[in-house]
Design a protein around this ligand. Structure first.
Ligand SMILES: NC(=O)c1ccc[n+]([C@@H]2O[C@H](COP(=O)([O-])OP(=O)(O)OC[C@H]3O[C@@H](n4cnc5c(N)ncnc54)[C@H](OP(=O)(O)O)[C@@H]3O)[C@@H](O)[C@H]2O)c1
Length: 407
C-alpha cells in the first residue's frame, strides 16, 4: 500500500466539493503515478472543521474559500508551517501575490495556482515552466467565461445585453451578482497574475485598467457582423516603451484572429514572443469539476519531484475505426436515378446526409455533401461501392469534417 499524502481542504463550495469528488475518483491513478495516495485530512467551512487541527494533519493545503480574508491568513500560516499550498483564488493572488510568493520562497514551499486563471486551461504552467526561457512580448486573453458567453449570445441571437445576462444567470454561467464579471474586474485580476508571471515584475490589480461590457448594444454587434468582426472582452498584457501595459476592454476581432473563434463560456489565452511566435491555449474557463481538475493537477505537481517519467497505470486498447463526419465529393453523369443510387449505397452503410449541393457541368454533375458522423470503415466501404458505379466519372473524394459543438 502506498503511503498517504494528506490534503487539508479549505472551502467546500462549487470547486471544493468537486475537488473532493475528483480526488475520490482519481486517487488511485495519482497513487500509481506518484507512489503516494492523496487523502483529504479535513475540511474547513464556516460551520465545519478547525484550521489549526487540519493544518497539523496535512502535508498540503488547498485553499478554495475565495476572497481576501480569511484566505490570506490561512495561506500564510500554512506556508509558515512548511506546507505546500494550492489555491484558485485570483483576487488574493492579484492583490497579495508578492507577500505570498515571498513567504513561499522564505519557507521553501510551493504555492501553485493554475485554477486561478482560465480554469482548466494550463496557462500558468505553460508561462512559468514551458516558456520560462522565452522573452514574452504580449498576452491576449479571453479570461472571463461569463462575459464571453453574453457577447457570444448577443452576436448569435441578436438579443440585448440584459437578455443575454439573464440567460447566463439561468444557465449558471453568471452569478446572481455579476458585477465582478461584467465590469471586467475578474478578468483584470487574472491579467494581473499573467502579467506578473510573463514579465517577472510586480503587478497589482490596482495597476490594471479595465472596462466592462455593460454598455454594449445589439446594434454594435449587428454592424460588427456585417463587417466580419466579432466582439470580445479582451485582456492584454504587453511590453510598451520599456514598460508594460495591462488592461481589459471590449474589442472587435477579425475572424482569422485565434481568439475570434472562442465562443460561449470558453476561455483562451494567446502568448506572443519573437522566438516562439505565438501559442494559443483554450478550453473551459470555469466550473466546479473543470477548476477542480486544475487544482488536483497542482496537487500532483506538488507531490512529485520536478521531472517525472511517464508511468503505465492502464492498459488501453488502441481503437482504429472511429466515427467521423465526412465531406464527400463526386463527379457523376448527369442522368436520372444517379442520386437515388448514391443515396441507397450511403443508406446501406448507415450514412445520412447533413447538407448537399449539386452543380451541373455539361453532361456531368458534381455532387458535394456533408455526412453526419459514421464509422470510417463504413464510409470507405460506401465510397468503394460508389466508385464502381458506371456513371461515376472520377474517384470520389472523402475528407473528414470536425463537426463538434464546443460551446
Ligand atoms: N466556481 C468556479 O467556477 C471557479 C473557477 C475558477 C476559480 N474559482 C475560485 O475558486 C475559489 C472557490 O470558489 P467557489 O465557486 O467554490 O466558491 P463557493 O462555492 O462560494 O464556496 C466557498 C466555500 O468557502 C467556504 N468559506 C467561505 N468563507 C469562509 C470562512 N470565513 N471560513 C471558512 N470557510 C469559508 C464556504 O463555506 P460555507 O459553505 O460555510 O459558506 C464554501 O464552502 C474562489 O477563489 C474562486 O475565485 C472558482
Amino acid at each position: 500500500m502506498p503511503e498517504t499524502f494528506k490534503v487539508g481542504l479549505l472551502g467546500h463550495g462549487t470547486v471544493g466539493a468537486a475537488f473532493e469528488a475528483l480526488l475520490g475518483e482519481r486517487g488511485e491513478a495519482v497513487a500509481a503515478t506518484t507512489g503516494l495516495r492523496p487523502e483529504i485530512s479535513g475540511v474547513l467551512t464556516r460551520s465545519r472543521g478547525d484550521f489549526e487541527d487540519i493544518l497539523n494533519r496535512s502535508d498540503l493545503i488547498v485553499e478554495l474559500i475565495g476572497g481576501i480574508d480569511p484566505a490570506r491568513d490561512y495561506v500564510l500560516r500554512a506556508m509558515r508551517a512548511g506546507k505546500h499550498v494550492v489555491s484558485a483564488n485570483k483576487q488574493l493572488l492579484s492583490q497579495h501575490g508578492e507577500e505570498l510568493w515571498a513567504c513561499a520562497r522564505e519557507h521553501q514551499v510551493q504555492l501553485r495556482f493554475e485554477g486561478a486563471v482560465a480554469g482548466v486551461v494550463p496557462v500558468i504552467r505553460v508561462i512559468q515552466e514551458s516558456l520560462a526561457a522565452a522573452r514574452l512580448e504580449r498576452i491576449h486573453g479571453i479570461v472571463n467565461g461569463t462575459t464571453n458567453y453574453i457577447l457570444s449570445e448577443m452576436a448569435r441571437e441578436g438579443i440585448s445585453y440584459d437578455q443575454a445576462l439573464s440567460q447566463a444567470q439561468a444557465l449558471g454561467y453568471a452569478e446572481a451578482d455579476p458585477t465582478d464579471d461584467v465590469t471586467g474586474r475578474d478578468a483584470a485580476a487574472k491579467m494581473a497574475i499573467l502579467a506578473r508571471l510573463a514579465f517577472s515584475t510586480p503587478v497589482h490589480l490596482d495597476q490594471v485598467t479595465y472596462e466592462g461590457i455593460e454598455h454594449i448594444t445589439s446594434d454594435d454587434m449587428a454592424y460588427a457582423r456585417e463587417l466580419g468582426l466579432g466582439l470580445k472582452l479582451i485582456g492584454t498584457a504587453e511590453r510598451v516603451d520599456g514598460g508594460i501595459s495591462v488592461r481589459v476592454h471590449p474589442a472587435f476581432l477579425y475572424g482569422e484572429h485565434p481568439l475570434a473563434a472562442v465562443h460561449g463560456p470558453f476561455n483562451a489565452v494567446t502568448v506572443e514572443s519573437d522566438a516562439i511566435t505565438e501559442i494559443t491555449m483554450s478550453g473551459p474557463g470555469a466550473g466546479g469539476p473543470q477548476t477542480a481538475s486544475a487544482v488536483l493537477g497542482d496537487v500532483v505537481s506538488a507531490m512529485i519531484p520536478p521531472a517525472s517519467t511517464p508511468e503505465t497505470t492502464e492498459a488501453l486498447r488502441v481503437v482504429d475505426d472511429v466515427e467521423s463526419a465526412f465531406y464527400l465529393h463526386m463527379e457523376v453523369a448527369d442522368r436520372p436515378g444517379v442520386l437515388a443510387q448514391v443515396a441507397e449505397i450511403l443508406g446501406m452503410q448507415g450514412a445520412s446526409i447533413k447538407s448537399f449541393v449539386q452543380r451541373g457541368l455539361g453532361d456531368n454533375a458534381r455532387l458535394v455533401m456533408v455526412l453526419h458522423p459514421l464509422l470510417e470503415s463504413r464510409l470507405y466501404a460506401a465510397v468503394r461501392m460508389i466508385a464502381q458505379l458506371d456513371f461515376v466519372r472520377a474517384t470520389p473524394r472523402a475528407i473528414r469534417v470536425i463537426d463538434e459543438d464546443f460551446a
